[in-house]
Design a binder for this molecule. Structure first.
Ligand code: ZN
Length: 428
């Protein structure tokens, strides 16, 4: 009676629901040290209830020693747990084949318990590297990868459907890809990734999207993207009904960068060291939208007095007329975007392109770019669709890449991204 209840206690503790497994009294648990791992080893027995040979149905079977299996379990309290199972083996006297029973706690050809596999599958949803999962459970990275492939079913995109508003973007992918950049696209409304394509180059994307039905492609009304010419060709050839929308963030970023580079070149060209230093120190305030600047006075060591961020910007603009000219270009564009006023945006760009003022080369290039994409920028003002959704996903992808060392293989990487984005879930 005592041994039975002890056995049941261990089974309860380890979550084993197999009537054929028992833990005989005695040395049912030992602690061993293997390298960095402290392991609790539970010793159990798996009996068989064979009456006939599973191969030939003969009743002429006898016990034939045992098979020993080491099964990795979910760790408990900083101990890794292993189940060392002695499995009854039989031999058939007619067909000479040996056989031993299976159990629902582990597959026949695996040394990782189903419980541990499930735990790892859940962990794959978090941003934890395969390496660190492997390390925690004393497994190889390959084993973790195999669990990923076994637990998550293959992902298939519905080629018969595309959403009305699509966001597209790219990210630096794993090393061994020719294109170097991969392509991701998402549904603007549901915020879900639709798919990830290994190579973002035009020929590859054209081929990829031509696999979608024309009906699906016709359904796309807006495609939001950054200013990358091949994408425009792609949309024009693949999505006959779609309007191209340039992402707001990329427009702001373009003028922001141009103005910041202008500040740097002005800074480098002036002799006055104190002014130079101030231009360097207060770059952030210069990039802010002017009406949003803080007007509270704080002591500033550079000025040796109390003043606000707005005062600092005013001071710099007064000292550097060239900076002020470019500052005005930058601020006018930002303002038109903030006020969602396309007419003003277009007029601002036109006005400065024709202006005789001393606008920097970088700013001029930015203005020309805006002019070139004006039609698509108008669509942005009109539709209000942005790539905000996908930028978030992109940050996620970047952080997956940072924690991932094991992804020399694109399909593994893609799978992990889709698992973490919740696009594919554990299959039962
Ligand atoms: Zn047999």
């Amino acid at each position: 009676m005592i041994s039975l209840s002890l056995s049941n206690l261990i089974k309860n503790f380890l979550n084993i629901q197999d009537d054929n497994i028992s833990f005989p009294e005695g040395e049912y648990c030992q602690v061993t040290q293997k390298g960095d791992y402290r392991i609790k080893v539970f010793k159990g027995f798996l009996k068989s209830n064979y009456y006939t040979c599973p191969h030939c149905n003969s009743k002429n079977i006898v016990k034939n020693g045992a098979r020993y299996r080491k099964i990795k379990y979910i760790p408990i309290q900083n101990y890794n747990v292993e189940l060392h199972l002695t499995v009854q083996r039989h031999i058939c006297k007619d067909c000479r084949k040996t056989f031993s029973p299976s159990t629902n706690i582990v597959s026949d050809n695996s040394n990782i318990s189903n419980n541990l596999k499930y735990t790892i599958a859940l962990e794959l949803k978090e941003n934890v590297s395969l390496t660190s999962i492997a390390k925690r459970y004393n497994l190889s990275v390959t084993s973790v990868q195999r669990i990923m492939n076994d637990c998550y079913s293959d992902f298939k995109v519905n080629k018969e459907h595309l959403p009305e508003a699509i966001c597209i973007d790219e990210f630096k992918s794993v090393k061994n890809i020719d294109g170097a950049m991969s392509f991701v696209f998402a549904d603007y409304h549901t915020k879900n990734i639709i798919d990830i394509v290994e190579d973002r180059r035009l020929h590859s994307l054209t081929e990829y999207f031509s696999r979608f039905s024309l009906e699906a492609r016709n359904n796309a009304k807006y495609v939001c993207m950054d200013m990358y010419t091949p994408y425009i060709s792609l949309v024009n050839s693949i999505f006959p009904n779609a309007k191209i929308v340039i992402d707001k963030f990329h427009i702001v970023n373009l003028v922001n960068r141009a103005f910041n580079q202008t500040r740097i070149s002005i800074m480098n060209s002036i002799q006055d060291d104190s002014l130079k230093r101030k231009l360097k120190l207060f770059w952030k305030s210069l990039l802010k939208y002017y009406p949003d600047l803080c007007q509270v006075n704080y002591y500033c060591p550079s000025f040796k007095r109390k003043l606000s961020s707005k005062d600092k910007v005013d001071y710099l603009l007064e000292k550097c007329p060239e900076l002020e000219t470019n500052f005005n270009v930058y601020q006018d564009i930002i303002q038109a975007i903030k006020h969602n006023n396309f007419k003003r945006f277009e007029e601002t760009v036109k006005k400065y392109l024709a202006s005789k003022e001393k606008i920097s080369k970088k700013m001029m290039i930015a203005l020309k770019t805006l002019k070139k994409y004006m039609k698509y920028i108008e669509n942005m003002f009109e539709s209000n669709i942005t790539n905000g959704v996908i930028e978030g996903l992109n940050n996620k992808i970047k952080s997956i890449k940072r924690t991932a060392f094991g992804y020399s293989n694109f399909s593994n990487f893609k799978k992990r991204v889709l698992i973490q984005a919740g696009i594919i879930s554990i299959s039962s």
